[in-house]
Ligand binder design. Structure first.
Ligand code: X2W
Length: 320
């Protein structure tokens, strides 16, 4: 046969072929990974053990709006999700977007306020929340995970009745409007996607039940994540936020909390505002059988990977 450039001449047919090349990198810029950290073997072993323990298992990650502040953090988070997927860990992302909803409400001149960590939600507020969460925030996260080499699909809690809600009745008596309490989670949909190697990226807008099935509910993203983790009996629930973890009254981190500690910490106002739903629903997830729930500082670059593979929690953990 005759070979000219990239064409291989065989008999009467010409077919394209590629000449195998060995990729070369200039010695000055290329360092073998194992030449870099002195404790490479320790690092590799820690990562392998953590990944091995979670391979084939499900983790639910709440990605809060306050942890999405910079494009670098967002890209790092999505890259971490893709990396965990490559290691065979089944990842569900439940995102928030409180600050993003605030700025859109401001733009359109609609007022809103929070009570006990929940946004009081008129129909108008829910419309804006749905537009922001299911539109720009959700699609940006799912597409960035895909461009980082992962597989993700963005879903609203209204898609295939994923998050079925009733109106949340506030124990202090004020009307929260269309804020949803999640009654049922369509775990089959999530498990089917996970079985296909896809990461569901869920925005916390829920659907009503029965006669109310056309009603949209605004669900606090911590509530949605805690309920999803609990119903999936996930190995772990992680809440990425903009604080080091749960702090005591002297603003010192409480690294471990048991489910029994929570009520008294809320009653004596150590835990307040937006930390209340986070801690309460992390606790109920653990009570439903989730292996452990962790509240972590999402402002740390690659917080997710560090938390899952880094050999220990950095924020507040409960249950394992
Ligand atoms: C939240 C949903 C978004 C959310 C809201 O309207 O802000 C309720 O409070 P973060 O970023 O996790 O705070 N819904 C009822 O929870 O976002």
């Amino acid at each position: 046969f005759l070979s000219i450039g990239g064409l291989l001449w065989v008999g009467t047919t010409i077919s394209a072929f590629t000449i195998p090349t060995i990729p070369s990198r200039p010695a000055t810029t290329f360092t073998r990974l194992y030449d870099t950290p002195e404790n490479f073997a320790d690092v590799a072993t820690t990562i392998a053990d953590a990944a091995g323990a979670l391979a084939g298992k499900t983790i639910v990650v709440k990605y809060g709006g306050n942890a999405m502040t910079s494009p670098e953090l967002k890209a790092g988070f999505c890259q971490d999700v893709a990396t965990l997927q490559k290691l065979g860990i089944r990842v569900v992302v439940v995102h928030g977007g409180g600050p993003q909803i605030n700025s859109m409400l401001e733009k359109v001149g609609v007022e809103s306020r929070f009570e006990g960590g929940m946004r009081v939600s008129s129909k108008e507020v829910v419309e804006v929340a749905e537009m922001v969460l299911c539109g720009s925030v959700n699609k940006e996260i799912s597409s960035t995970i895909c461009s980082a080499g992962g597989k993700a699909i963005g879903l609203s809690g209204r898609d295939d009745s994923l998050l079925q809600c009733v109106k949340k009745i506030n124990k202090d008596g004020y009307d929260l409007g269309n804020v949803g309490e999640v009654e049922f989670v369509n775990t089959k949909l999530l498990n089917d996607l996970l079985d296909m190697g896809i990461c569901p990226v869920v925005s916390p807008i829920g659907t009503g039940i029965g006669e109310e099935k056309d009603v949209a509910y605004n669900v606090n993203a911590d509530v949605a994540a805690g309920r999803i983790a609990g119903e999936l009996r996930a190995a772990r629930a992680l809440f990425l936020t903009d604080i080091a973890g749960v702090l005591d009254k002297e603003m010192k981190l409480m690294p471990n909390l048991s489910c029994d500690d929570i009520d008294s910490l809320i009653d004596d106002e150590t835990i307040t505002g937006g930390m209340i739903p986070k801690v309460s629903y992390a606790t109920s997830a653990v009570k439903l059988g989730v292996g452990g729930a962790f509240i972590t500082d999402g402002r740390v670059p690659h917080a997710l990977l560090k938390e899952v593979l880094g050999g220990g929690a950095s924020g507040t953990g409960s249950g394992g």
